[in-house]
Design a protein around this ligand. Structure first.
Ligand code: C2E
Ligand code: CA
Ligand code: CA
Length: 611
């Protein structure tokens, strides 16, 4: 050992006694120490070179046969690294290092056999017969002494220099920093696991774990808790229209709103994409849960600020009261998701509370999704045609193609059951193309130049191949483009104006007519009518249903008819069922009628005579 200034054996012992008297380990210190040790997440089994290097360096510098980085656990003393000993651990009760952690000062014992505290310990009195011990506590930043860096020898060392003691203390400081740097990276990894990097909300894994804990707690305390699943409306469109960078900003702004909801009894998290989950605990009644979920929807329906602009956002919410009978978080999440799907089916900005009926509906939808994916389109899809009546001549001028799915076991299904599924799964692309091809082929065989009108989903219209698809359908069938009409809804238009305008122009150039479907129930923006060229506007059945009872509705139709006339657009009334409705729409200036009064949608063969 390098010896510069030396302390006598007695001085060292005195210092030691002072220090250890000052600092007996209190129970609370021990709790702090053990919790700090747990947080370090340090593993006994993992050998790490950086710690091995420290014990090698210390043993060489001090010419000591044994050097260890000792960690004092609840009842064990194990070694993170060691040199000169095969032993990996010993009982805390027989550990000398256990004394070294009682003070911030190093513990130097020049001759263990002379110290009554240690002389009877197995390491001293037993086979190894250690005589010397020097250990500097490993002290973390929070003051917790989790172990020591110690040197041992089988011969006593009566004199130890101050510099050597200081060097030992410095080395133990390095051990402490290394342990904490490991903790920092472990903390970082934990953060990555617990938090979603885009939104800083709790991650899926975290929130699912919390839900399981909340379920266990609720079962134990016989209380109620709930899971609330949230999904942003039309997020796919937002991404398609504005791009993914904006999509991310939108998610971030929306997530900040979700984060506002955090409360002692509410934990919010992000499941994936535009889907979020809240866990609510301590709920007293269904009424209280309904109140909470309504106020959540209210809070989330406010405008979002993204950069300098304000955007309207809306979402759907699925709610389920727990704990579930089987006590599983996955079950509760499935139910909340199921209620969410029901809310989505109902339309934007909806809330649904889970019922067994929702579950059945969700299961059916899931089955239909699978069935649609594997359907043989040519065998299972068919088109019905519903006539358009010219109100002046009382003649059928064309037909709207309406899709049906002849399901192998469920029979004939209507579009409200499967179009949304097709849109969600992206299958609308192939299905829509099938409809276009079949409708054009069918119409090519009709006489009297009647036209066929085909519905296009918003995503179909936005697909850049749509014009090519239409050209192909026309060329394969040989149908005159003048006899093809496409129907789009306003949802297809809320998008990049230039793209919409150029697509509409391309279609017009082909000679295909364009009808604006379901007018009046969506945004009904007159600016669309002024800026874009439509050949027809179809007034939704909602208006026709109320035409005799609501004079305001009659005025609206009259106004739209006048506007249409001035921009050279034909007005079509949808859902005409009664003859008085026919009389009124005719009088108000509608040129074409469609509805059960003139003919229901029928398979091609049934309409053969009229076609
Ligand atoms: P839509 O385009 O508004 O079609 C009119 C719907 O109203 C049709 O329902 C039709 O059968 C029904 N209808 C027509 N006249 C009357 C009436 O007088 N009274 C009543 N109560 N209903 C009437 P359908 O065939 O069930 O289609 C529903 C919706 O499914 C369509 O609404 C359309 O949005 C969509 N759809 C149908 N076929 C296709 C398709 O090939 N592609 C796409 N993307 N959507 C389609
Ligand atoms: Ca339509
Ligand atoms: Ca319609």
């Amino acid at each position: 050992m390098a010896r510069l200034t030396t302390l006598s054996n007695k001085q060292v012992m005195n210092n030691l006694c002072d220090a250890s008297n000052k600092t007996k380990l209190l129970a609370s210190d021990e709790d702090l120490r053990l919790s700090a040790l747990r947080d370090l997440n340090v593993s006994a089994s993992l050998h790490e070179e950086r710690f091995d290097r420290i014990v090698r360096l210390a043993a060489t510098h001090f010419h000591m046969p044994v050097c260890k980085i000792s960690i004092i656990d609840h009842d064990r003393n194990w070694y993170k690294a060691s040199i000169g000993t095969e032993e990996e651990e010993c009982a805390r009760s027989s550990s000398i290092c256990n004394y070294a952690i009682r003070s911030d000062e190093p513990l130097i014992v020049p001759d263990l056999s002379c110290d009554p505290r240690f002389s009877a310990l197995p390491q001293v009195a037993g086979g190894q017969k250690f005589r010397f011990y020097a250990g500097a506590p490993v002290i973390l930043d929070n003051g917790a002494r989790v172990g020591s860096l110690c040197l041992m020898d089988v011969i006593p060392h009566p004199h130890i220099s101050r510099e050597d003691i200081q060097f030992l203390v410095d080395l133990s400081g390095i051990v402490s920093r290394e342990l904490m740097s490991q903790q920092n990276s472990a903390q970082k990894i934990q953060e990555l696991i617990d938090y979603d990097p885009l939104t800083r909300l709790h991650s899926r894994m975290f929130i699912q774990g919390k839900m399981q804990a909340a379920i266990v707690e609720a079962k134990k305390a016989n209380t109620r808790m709930a899971a609330i699943c949230i999904d942003i409306d039309d997020f796919t469109e937002i991404n398609d229209i504005h791009g993914h960078f904006f999509g991310d900003q939108f998610i971030q702004a929306f997530s900040a709103r979700i984060a506002d909801l955090a409360a002692p009894n509410i934990i919010p998290g992000r499941l994936s994409g535009d889907k979020f989950l809240l866990i609510v605990t301590d709920i007293r009644s269904q009424a209280e849960l309904e109140k909470i979920s309504s106020s959540i929807l209210n809070h989330l329906s406010k405008q979002l600020q993204i950069e300098d602009a304000l955007f309207q956002s809306s979402c759907c919410i699925g709610v389920v009261m727990g704990p579930p009978e089987d006590g599983k978080a996955i079950t509760l999440q499935k139910y909340a998701d199921c209620a969410l799907q029901e809310a989505k089916v109902n339309g934007k900005n909806s809330i649904r509370h889970f019922t067994k009926r929702h579950y059945q509906a969700a299961m059916t939808r899931k089955q239909l999704t699978e069935d649609l994916k594997s359907a043989n389109l040519d065998q299972e899809l068919e088109l019905n045609y519903q006539p358009f009546m010219d109100l002046q001549t009382n003649k059928v001028v064309g037909y709207e193609a309406l899709l049906r799915w002849r399901h192998p076991s469920k029979g004939l299904l209507f579009p409200d059951v499967f179009i949304q599924i097709a849109e969600k799964t992206g299958m609308i692309g192939v299905i829509g193309e099938w409809v276009l091809n079949r409708a054009c082929k069918d119409a090519a065989l009709w006489q009297d130049n009647q036209f066929v009108s085909v519905n296009l989903s918003p995503s179909q219209f936005r697909n850049q191949n749509i014009v090519e698809q239409i050209k192909r359908a026309l060329s394969i069938s040989g149908l005159d483009p003048q006899r093809l009409e496409v129907e789009i809804t306003e949802n297809a238009l809320i998008s990049d104006f230039e793209m919409v305008n150029s697509r509409l122009r391309d279609l017009s150039t082909l000679g295909v007519s364009i009808a604006l479907d379901d007018f009046g129930i969506g945004y009904s923006s007159l600016s669309y009518l002024a800026a874009l060229k439509f050949d027809k506007i179809k007034i939704d059945k909602f208006f026709i249903d109320r035409i005799d009872t609501d004079s305001k509705i009659r005025k609206i139709i009259l106004m739209i008819a006048r506007l249409a006339k001035s921009i050279d657009t034909t007005i079509v009334a949808e859902g005409v069922e009664k003859s008085f409705q026919h009389d009124i729409i005719k009088e108000l200036g509608c040129k074409v009628g469609q509805g059960y009064l003139y003919g229901k949608p029928m398979p091609l063969n049934s309409n053969k005579e009229s076609i």
